[in-house]
Design a protein around this ligand. Structure first.
Ligand SMILES: [Zn+2]
Length: 419
């Protein structure tokens, strides 16, 4: 076995091991507190609901561990047994080694690699989520979603991949800088296009219904200097009982999306607080900041790609043969990169989670100041946690590693600090 494969196996085991240790730590931590509702939650959650939230956490964790083990086994098999080059060569023999042919090969191999995880996706929706009363999707809708997602992925991905392969073959040694520029532009477009064109393919996005609630929310938007026409309601209840709200886009193309499930659950002043929080994300420039962070990451990734593109030892270690004269050899590199990058980026997730949590604290403070009190947001957060059966007592190491939002306790204590 060569060095590259040894390094691969070590990285895989380290990631898997760390993930599972964190999972177990987290679940034990919650289960150790299942006997009674901790003091700080007694005001809003009863014992049965609290215990159900721990059970939900445990069930999701078990499912996550099994699916991580399975994914790792599939990845190891695909890479160690030469299955990846086998598929690559099979599809390349059909579609050729030209730019469009290779883009198609890349897309199709990606599609095939996605098949093994589909049963897990199905199980998660129709067993796990179903058992806790969250699933509202039907098998028909699930299948339609998969088909739509694949077609959409093809419509967007195919030309983009072809462009990338074209750059490799004609932009010289610094092709990866161009690749990065194209990719970053694409990300910018997606931030705007996602809520405007892609979400409507899966969900209904509508302006708020006339009435007291709309008047109140629009008045809040006015007061905080946010153009209110861009507040939309999404029929999240079509698929899941989970509730949410988010902000996306920038400038004229910004959108705040409230799930119908959220509107159902909350009192008007709580909804106002949630809206104020989302407006906070906009006012405080969180999207541009996240985009800058994403740009930095993808620049690094493309630099690595540019280096690997010339490293024959890399693809050969995974049983690919070196590119022949006149062939574009980048697709094996891209495939391997796609499969392997997670082994490295996993260790960066605490960093991006941390930045995201910092933004959440800032948006919370903005909402508190806009509402003139911490109470409505605090109430809203409590309800969100309760209704979504969120884990109220995650292990501190687990939450600092994985959580994009601070825990309820952390958010409430930060809200109470006067700014
Ligand atoms: Zn937020």
């Amino acid at each position: 076995m060569n060095t590259v494969l040894v390094v691969f196996v070590i990285l895989l085991v380290l990631k898997l091991g760390t993930g599972i240790v964190l999972d177990l730590l987290n679940v034990r931590y919650a289960q150790a507190r299942a006997g009674e509702v901790p003091e700080s939650f007694r005001d809003f959650i009863d014992l049965p609901t609290y215990q159900k939230s721990i059970e939900y956490t445990a069930a999701k964790t078990r499912f996550g561990i099994v699916s991580d083990l399975y994914d790792a086994a599939v990845l190891a098999l695909v890479l160690l047994l030469g299955i990846l080059p086998w598929f690559y060569e099979l599809f390349s023999a059909w579609f050729g080694y030209g730019i469009w042919g290779q883009a198609l090969v890349l897309f199709l191999v990606g599609l095939v690699l996605g098949i093994p995880s589909m049963p897990f996706d199905y199980w998660s929706t129709f067993h796990l989520e179903e058992r806790f009363g969250f699933n509202k999707s039907t098998k028909k809708l699930w299948i339609i979603d998969k088909i739509k997602g694949t077609i959409l992925g093809f419509a967007i991905g195919y030309p983009l991949l072809a462009l990338l392969i074209y750059l490799v073959s004609s932009a010289g040694a610094l092709w990866w800088v161009w690749g990065f520029a194209v990719f970053f532009l694409f990300q910018l477009v997606m931030v705007v296009a996602y809520p405007m064109f892609i979400m409507p393919l899966f969900n209904k996005l509508e302006p708020m219904e006339e009435g007291d609630l709309k008047t109140r929310l629009f008045a809040l938007a006015d007061r905080t200097g946010f153009k209110a026409q861009t507040i939309l309601v999404l029929d999240g209840s079509k698929r899941s009982g989970h509730s949410n709200a988010f902000f996306s886009g920038f400038g004229r193309f910004r959108r705040i999306v409230l799930y119908d499930t959220l509107i159902e659950q909350m009192e008007p002043d709580e909804l106002e607080a949630v809206l104020a929080h989302e407006i906070g994300h906009y006012k405080l420039g969180h999207i541009p900041k996240m985009m800058a962070m994403a740009a930095l990451t993808s620049f690094g990734m493309f630099a690595v790609l540019g280096w690997l593109a010339n490293a024959d030892w890399f693809v050969q270690a995974f049983h690919f043969s070196a590119a022949q004269e006149g062939q574009i050899g980048i697709v094996p590199v891209l495939l391997l990169f796609m499969l392997l990058s997670g082994l490295v980026t996993f260790w960066l997730s605490p960093l991006s989670s941390r930045l995201s949590r910092k933004h959440e604290y800032e948006a919370d403070a903005f909402a508190r100041d806009a509402m003139g009190s911490y109470a409505p947001l605090s109430q809203a957060l409590r309800k969100l946690h309760k209704e979504n059966l969120s884990n109220l007592t995650p292990h501190p190491i687990y939450s600092s590693f994985h959580y994009s939002h601070p825990t309820l306790v952390e958010r409430e204590s930060s809200l109470r600090v006067q700014s």
